[in-house]
Ligand binder design. Structure first.
Ligand code: HEM
Ligand code: SF4
Length: 550
């Protein structure tokens, strides 16, 4: 994991002191609401329905145990004993007191955490594959490049005030686990015909009210040109992005309106002027790679036989291994998912007690490191297979072992009306009701890979438009309705879900979802996934059944 140096520390400390002064001025009415807004947003602070919401950056989802303990401490001391993990590998607090936010930021700075550029019209946290560096389908570890991009984006003076927010995601594996096709810029490490590794660059993807799949602007970019090419794209966006209309301000609209060809010509022209600047030489890349060296794996781990024996003897453990662990490039190790989707807790939430306990587990079983995932779960990436049984037992006690990763109850869900001032409808309550209706684990496992994503409004924080089943809260004359979509995906086969029909009333959502599942079970071919079936038969059979009742 990247170790921050003294310069990084000075930067975050100074930022805290500055924000403390600004907040004091605002509280003493020496600054207006409007003046303060721009400053607080620069420090991750939104004003929400009940209280401020503070978003903390999680650089490409990596945390160490010390940082997790600090988050637990903040949750306990300044919030209501919990925090929320988002789809962009960040952490949110929903109940901080405005006057205490500078103290929270000071606490976080002591473990090199901050909230800089987690909101506002700037380059946001770069996200990545949660299995980076350990998965078996990797071309190259994307994390050193994520960190290089992080350093380049942090407080970049030219791109501090873009037309809208800007998000970059990087994947180094064959399987896209970072939704790269739905980011402003998506980067994929790829091999060219000569066997050299570079980047495929996609541009103009995004979610929200106008979901768009990113287009390939450069099939192969040499690594040395990474930053100059990103800079060229950002410059064109900064110059030509629509500043007159908030809803048309994202790069996806610029690319769509100008057409990829014209956009690309502009970028190439700009790039010619700057392509030799800021070159990433091997020394810089190798220096960064040295920050992500693999931990000291136990070469004897593979000799263990207890793991397969324990699975034979304990069905519940075997099920957890099947759903909540992933293959690891080192034999004898696995990556273990911690499900933040227990049936009775809001998706992505974690208590201070859980956070502290997970920090201890990370120290004991995974080299002190924790990762957060795009689907709002956590991972201990480097667990010896011999340790999995005892880890599972401890996670069970913490309610973090629900064996549902990748299944229908591993739902992405935004806070909706419960916390968000922009919401049209509730989402946490609906998620709970769906989970309650689907409490039979055998049934859930029989359904298999099925991703439900639910947002409380068009902004689409929970990626409903790319859920295999998407649920979108809409407001109809003051009552909550839900628009359903089918067939979306944010993985390699990226697709935007198709609308099933008219929105359904709140008390009909769970029934509609269970009906969709029944139709799937009735029509699927052997081993056919939900998404494959929807792609084969289309939405008509689902539509007929869901609306048959009304
Ligand atoms: C409660 C406070 C929140 C507020 C005020 C908020 C606000 C917004 C807004 C206004 C957008 C639309 C941006 C656009 O279309 O350009 C958005 C999108 C988004 N938000 Fe949130 N959000 C909140 C919570 C969350 C949570 C809890 C998550 C994670 C589950 C999240 C993750 C995202 C993501 C991934 C997008 C999609 C952006 C894209 O187009 O790529 N947000 N949010
Ligand atoms: S999707 Fe809408 S309701 Fe949900 S968090 Fe985002 S802005 Fe709020």
């Amino acid at each position: 994991m990247y170790q921050y140096n003294d310069n990084d520390q000075i930067l975050v400390d100074e930022r805290v002191a500055q924000f403390r002064r600004q907040t004091e001025q605002f509280l003493k009415s020496e600054m207006s609401e409007d003046q303060y807004r721009a400053l607080r947003l620069r420090n991750g602070l939104y004003i929400q329905t009940h209280a401020p919401m503070l978003r903390i950056a999680g650089p490409y989802g990596l945390f160490n145990s010390k940082q997790l303990r600090k988050i637990a401490h903040v949750a306990r001391t300044y919030d209501k004993n919990y925090c929320h993990f988002t789809t962009r590998q960040n952490i949110q607090f929903n109940w901080p007191k405005l006057e205490e936010v500078p103290d929270i930021l000071a606490e976080l700075a002591s473990v090199q955490m901050h909230a800089i550029q987690t909101s506002g019209n700037c380059m946001r946290n770069t996200t990545s594959d949660h299995l980076a560096g350990v998965c078996i389908d990797e071309i190259e570890d994307p994390r050193p490049y994520c960190e290089i991009i992080r350093q380049w984006t942090t407080l970049h003076p030219e791109f501090d005030y873009l037309p809208r927010k800007f998000k970059i995601a990087v994947s180094g594996a064959l399987h896209d686990r970072a939704a790269t096709q739905f980011h402003d810029i998506g980067l994929h490490l790829v091999k060219n015909d000569a066997g050299e590794i570079g980047f495929k660059v996609m541009v103009g993807g995004g979610l929200g009210r106008t979901p768009v799949i990113g287009q390939i602007i450069k099939p192969y970019l040499e690594k040395k040109n990474l930053l100059s090419y990103l800079e060229a794209i950002l410059r064109i966006y900064n110059l030509f992005g629509r500043r007159d209309n908030k809803y048309k301000a994202r790069i996806k609209i610029l690319v769509k309106e100008s057409g990829l060809e014209k956009f690309s010509t502009l970028v190439e022209k700009e790039w010619l002027l700057i392509r030799d600047n800021n070159e990433l030489d091997n020394e810089r890349i190798n220096g960064m790679k040295a920050q992500f060296v693999a931990p000291a794996y136990d070469t004897d781990a593979v000799r263990d036989t207890s793991f397969s024996q324990q699975q034979d003897e304990n069905k519940a453990f075997a099920t957890w291994v099947k759903y909540n662990t992933a293959d690891h490039k080192i034999s004898g190790y696995r990556a273990a998912f911690l499900s933040l989707k227990a049936p009775d807790s809001p998706p992505g939430d974690m208590t201070d007690v859980q956070l502290d306990a997970v920090a201890d587990l990370a120290d004991k079983y995974s080299f002190g490191e924790i990762r957060s995932t795009h689907r709002q779960n956590l991972i201990l990436a480097d667990v010896k297979q011999a340790d999995l049984f005892v880890l599972w037992q401890q996670l069970e006690l913490l309610k973090l072992a629900t064996p549902n990763i990748g299944t229908v109850t591993d739902m992405i869900c935004c806070p909706g009306l419960d916390f968000c001032s922009l919401a049209n409808a509730g989402s946490i309550g609906v998620a709970k009701e769906i989970n309650e209706a689907l409490d039979d684990m055998d049934y859930i496992h029989d359904i298999g890979d099925l991703k439900i994503n639910m947002s409380g409004c068009m902004n689409g924080c929970a990626h409903q438009s790319v859920g295999h089943i998407g649920i979108l809260g809409v407001d109809k004359k003051g009552t909550e309705w839900y628009q359903l979509t089918l067939g979306g995906s944010s993985e390699n086969n990226a697709a935007i879900g198709e609308r099933l029909g008219p929105a359904v009333a709140k008390d009909q959502v769970t029934k509609a979802i269970t009906t969709i599942l029944e139709v799937y079970i009735e029509h699927r071919l052997e081993d056919e996934s939900f998404l494959d079936m929807v792609n084969r038969v289309g939405i008509t059979p689902f539509k007929e059944q869901v609306y048959a009742i009304n």
